[in-house]
Ligand binder design. Structure first.
Ligand SMILES: *[C@@H]1O[C@H](CO)[C@@H](O)[C@H](O)[C@H]1NC(C)=O
Length: 694
């Protein structure tokens, strides 16, 4: 029953309301409906009646099938029409720009529909790889070019067994410049309902290839296909091609009509005009071949938070400190050359941001300072790696050239998944106009808490694209925990998001994009013409309609959301560890399984995955029996108030930790929180064996 593919996605959400996953309504099994109706008919009814009933039953079956059966391809009625507003010349320019900028390290084919007829040169792929993968069965009269010619540095794939473990208690950090080959990962990890890869196997492959099983290896004879981490040599494998002399493909026909640039074969959005030629900057040709550190593109993890800071972003930030290469085990003066990642946590103060307020930033810091869950992160030790930023919608929308001139005139700023959120159209949105009840911010905030939640969800769908387009980097939903170093993902220069469970669509809870990219321009312009809809399903549709899906790599769920397929009823026969059938199992681990968290701890939690996405549960505390930041004497003052609030009946002068006050079986969420806190208190090193130095 759980494996039934008949699901209907209804809506999604973000902090702080419902879990960010499709709320799926199960369609009743169509085959069972009609017999029920027919059997209930009394026998003495006439033949005519029975015929009518039969026809009605048949119709019901067809209706149910039509509504739910075709669900895999149709998400919502409004998605049926094309969203495309870019013609072939523009689409070719976007592809070319991304490839020439080194943003296409993949060997996935360029869709034939784009109709490229001259060779594209790809600096992000070495020559041999691209060529070996051209199918030998491609007919010589192939009408269009579907493969770029690589001229990039050679890749040296690391053999997992080659590294001798030196310190067997902890895994080694990935070497700077390591890159995960997402093509190989896709091959090993992609899920298909009947013939897919198991998350369990994918996680083993991910662990072994990165030596995360260091010192604990029990496998022998690791296959070559499991090497997915590579380094690039410092030299180009071939001289860069001269852009002025593109090699025309010999004997090719021009696709598909014989016209050099024709929009034939592309389905334009109804009623829209083709966009003029995109104004693209020159391609960002990679300056340095070594992947390690590019000052132009700092490694920024963006997160977005609305409302008071809670233990959810607290746990996310702690997991960041616990896993990423921040060099917090070195003295402050021992500066290193590694490219340290940073978190930029964007705080949305909600409706208040609409009013010009010179003290807004100070107010934000004051509230973070007084909040026990956030005060830790203001410690000077973390200044370089955790930054709080005030989110200001007006300022942000104005900073995106593709939106700047139009967003104020848009009737439906808050459209999501094809549905316009109730809001009067045609008004000018003036953020500075305090008294204007129609200002976007008033609509986004002041009506009711529920409408605010909904709008903040929709806003957050757009926020991630603005941040990645404007600053570059990786956006993560704030209900995400880091589980390992992301070095190998920073090495992959292409844009990516992950897969929406078993569907052929994206989830943007993790989103990587390059700064000011052609892909970003495409998405913003397309969104402007489609009601500023940034719902992940709409993003999938935009890219689909434009044959650009391969430019946003769709990473298998196992890497970022390893419990998702189980919670959707898939792979219950061979689940990964731990086995969650519901996302709430993370917070309320079922008693039969709850010996594991304490015994295996962080190391046994989806080992191999890059992150765990716990899908909201904003009201469920991580650690109900110790619901305060337990960070030791250094932060005793802030914890005091929180502890007093969590245990109002205890006498603060008699705060001894008694085991019988604690929960007997600790849930996964509590064990992870306490593990991270032990690292901050200096009682244990982080995941890689590094002790925090203050
Ligand atoms: C938000 O940005 C707008 C436009 O840049 C500015 O006028 C306004 O003062 C800002 N609001 C706050 C709270 O800083």
């Amino acid at each position: 029953m759980r494996q039934s593919p008949s699901w209907l996605p209804v809506s999604v959400s973000f902090p702080p309301s419902r879990p960010r996953r499709p709320r799926l309504r199960r369609a009743s099994s169509p085959s069972r409906l009609p017999p029920l109706h027919i059997s209930s008919l009394r026998r003495r009814r006439s033949l005519v009646c029975r015929c009518i009933a039969f026809v009605a039953g048949l119709f019901a079956v067809l209706l149910v099938v039509a509504l739910f059966g075709a669900e895999e391809t149709h998400w919502a009625p409004s998605f049926r029409d094309s969203t495309l507003i870019f013609g072939r010349e523009n689409l070719q320019r976007i592809w070319k720009w991304e490839i020439e900028s080194g943003h296409y390290p993949s060997i996935a084919k360029i869709p034939e529909r784009l109709g490229f007829t001259s060779t594209l040169f790809n600096p992000a792929v070495p020559p041999a790889r691209a060529h070996t993968l051209v199918s030998p069965f491609t007919p010589p009269s192939d009408p269009a070019i579907t493969q770029a010619r690589g001229y990039g540095p050679q890749r040296i794939y690391r053999i997992p067994q080659a590294d001798t473990p030196m310190d067997i208690a902890y895994p080694p950090r990935p070497l700077p410049g390591s890159t995960a080959d997402l093509d190989i990962i896709l091959e090993q990890c992609n899920f298909a309902p009947n013939d897919g890869k198991y998350v369990r196997d994918c996680l083993e492959f991910l662990r072994l290839g990165a030596n995360l099983d260091n010192g604990r290896r029990v496998r022998k004879g690791i296959p070559d296909e499991w090497s997915y981490v590579f380094h690039e040599t410092d030299t180009l494998a071939a001289p860069p091609p001269t852009p002025s002399t593109p090699t025309a493909l010999k004997g090719s026909r021009l696709f598909p009509t014989g016209e050099p640039i024709s929009n034939a074969g592309l389905v334009k959005k109804r009623g829209a005009a083709w966009e003029p030629l995109l104004d693209l900057s020159p391609p960002q040709v990679p300056k340095s071949l070594s992947n390690t550190c590019d000052p132009e593109n700092p490694r920024i993890f963006h997160m977005f938070w609305a409302g008071p800071f809670t233990e959810k972003p607290y746990a996310s930030l702690l997991s960041f400190l616990f896993t990423q290469r921040l060099d917090l085990h070195l003295n402050v003066e021992e500066s290193t050359s590694v490219c340290r990642p940073q978190v930029w946590l964007w705080i949305n103060p909600g409706p208040a941001a609409s009013v010009p307020n010179p003290t807004a930033v100070d107010d934000m810091y004051a509230s973070l300072k007084s909040n026990p869950w956030s005060t830790l992160f203001l410690h000077p030790r973390f200044n370089d790696v955790i930054k709080f930023k005030l989110w200001n919608t007006t300022e942000q929308l104005d900073a995106v050239p593709e939106l700047r001139h139009e967003w104020r005139n848009m009737g439906s700023l808050f459209k999501s998944g094809g549905y316009v959120v109730n809001m009067p159209a045609g008004k000018v949105h003036n953020a500075h106009d305090e008294g204007d009840d129609n200002s976007m911010f008033n609509r986004a905030g002041s009506k009711s808490p529920t409408s605010y939640d909904r709008l903040s969800v929709i806003l957050s769908d757009m926020v991630r694209f603005i941040l990645c387009h404007r600053f570059g980097g990786i956006y993560l939903d704030a209900d995400t925990l880091f589980l390992r170093d992301w070095e190998e993902l920073w090495g992959w220069k292409g844009a990516f998001a992950y897969r929406w469970s078993y569907h052929d669509a994206y989830n943007t809870a993790v989103l990587r994009m390059n700064k000011n990219s052609a892909l970003g321009s495409f998405l913003f312009r397309t969104a402007v013409k489609n009601g500023l809809d940034f719902h992940p399903m709409s993003i999938s549709k935009y890219l689909d309609d434009a044959h650009l899906q391969s430019l946003l790599f769709r990473v298998p769920d196992a890497l970022f959301d390893p419990a998702w397929l189980n919670t959707e009823g898939y792979q219950l026969d061979r689940p990964p560890a731990p086995f969650f059938t519901e996302f709430s199992d993370f917070f309320d681990t079922p008693a039969v399984d709850s010996a594991a968290p304490q015994v295996v701890g962080f190391d046994g939690f989806f080992r191999g995955a890059f992150s765990y996405h716990f899908h909201n549960f904003w009201s469920k505390p991580f650690d109900p029996s110790r619901n305060w930041p337990d960070l030791g004497p250094r932060f005793a003052e802030s914890a005091r108030a929180a502890r007093a609030a969590a245990r109002p009946n205890d006498d603060p002068d008699d705060w001894n930790d008694k085991v019988y006050d604690d929960k007997q079986d600790l849930d996964w969420s509590a064990v992870l929180k306490r593990t991270f806190e032990a690292y901050v208190r200096g009682e244990r090193p982080n995941m890689y064996g590094e002790w925090l130095r203050w």
